[in-house]
Design a protein around this ligand. Structure first.
Ligand code: NAP
Length: 283
């Protein structure tokens, strides 16, 4: 079997078109959706990420205001700036690009963002809302993965989904989203004794580890759907995921590539969360 590819670029394009339509509808009501992006320091990867976030927003008609702050910015000043943005009704979403400089407590910074503007979905209130099935903001990466499953019409009800990785921003929220769709969910991590025994039972595998070849051909049930969240570099320095794509695609039914899979969907879901914030603020 050769797996069908779930094309993240093509799907993200559709999501961006949906976002552009919703932006137009808000503008017709006199509302300019507005995302504030705070970048502290000069981490090279972060610079690239925020550049893409601003470009995606502007293309969609959303206003993205990027604020750059020096690495030396005192934490108290960042918190004060976030509070000012919380109080500004023209700002709908606030995103603090991570990682922050060492002298800052990321948790404290994220918790300072108003839950109503937490478009990254990292606030404890957002995590809690997801846990209990209440409206909130879902973190963009797992939300994008769920959209990818929806795009192939995959019915998760009663299926066994194995999530490899248990971070607060990917693995755990992914598991909650899959559970919310009536899948049976197993979460694996670095202490899991026999990962292969778990993944071989899975109808859906989501790999969110950050290590190459965590999932190989011999670990996948024929026909399974494989979602690769990982972002790593191969020996040639090229971007690759956690999944041995060439091997696994011979066994899986569906597979997401890296690049061109989860990455573009993560970016697209940020637009959707920002629009959701603007729409909620305007009712
Ligand atoms: P993380 O916080 O480092 O979490 C990695 C998880 O993998 C941990 O739960 C860890 O277990 C588990 N793990 C490590 N080695 C393992 C092994 N050999 N077998 C099974 N589990 C293992 O990473 P993250 O932030 O969730 O990100 C994961 C990957 O996704 C990274 O490559 C990241 O760059 C990528 N990512 C991509 C996007 C995107 O837009 N495409 C967005 C976010 C993240 P323990 O908990 O036991 O340590």
């Amino acid at each position: 079997m050769t797996a069908q590819i779930i094309d993240g670029n093509a799907l993200a394009k559709q999501v961006r078109a949906e976002a552009a339509g919703r932006t137009q509808a808000l503008k017709a009501r006199g509302i300019q959706p507005h995302l504030a992006i705070l970048l502290v320091g000069d981490d090279p990867a972060s610079q690239v990420y925020v550049k893409h976030k601003v470009a995606d927003s502007e293309q969609t008609g959303l206003h993205a205001a990027l604020e750059r702050h020096p690495t030396t910015l005192p934490e108290a000043d960042l918190l004060a700036r976030i509070r000012a943005l919380n109080d500004d009704p023209s700002v709908h979403g606030i995103l603090v690009q991570l990682p922050l400089p060492r002298h800052m407590d990321s948790h404290k910074v994220i918790e300072t963002i108003s839950p109503a503007k937490d478009v990254d979905g990292f606030h404890v209130a957002s995590a809690g809302a997801l846990m209990v099935g209440q409206p909130g903001f879902w973190p963009c990466t797992p939300h994008g993965c769920l959209k990818m499953l929806d795009s192939i019409g995959y019915d998760l009800k009663g299926k066994h989904a194995v999530v490899i990785g248990r971070s607060n921003i990917v693995g755990k929220p992914m598991a909650m989203m899959l559970l919310g769709r009536d899948a049976t969910v197993t979460i694996c991590h670095s202490r899991t004794r026999d990962l292969k025994a778990m993944t071989l039972q899975a109808d859906v595998v989501v790999a969110a580890v950050g290590k190459r070849n965590v999932l190989t051909k011999d670990m996948v049930k024929p026909g399974a759907v494989v979602i690769d969240v990982g972002m790593n570099r191969n020996d040639e320095g090229k971007l690759c995921g956690d999944v041995d794509f060439e091997g696994v695609k011979e066994v899986a039914g569906w597979i997401t590539p890296v690049p061109g899979g989860v990455g573009p969907m993560t970016r697209a879901m940020l637009l959707i969360n920002t629009l959701q914030a603007a729409e909620r603020a305007s009712v």
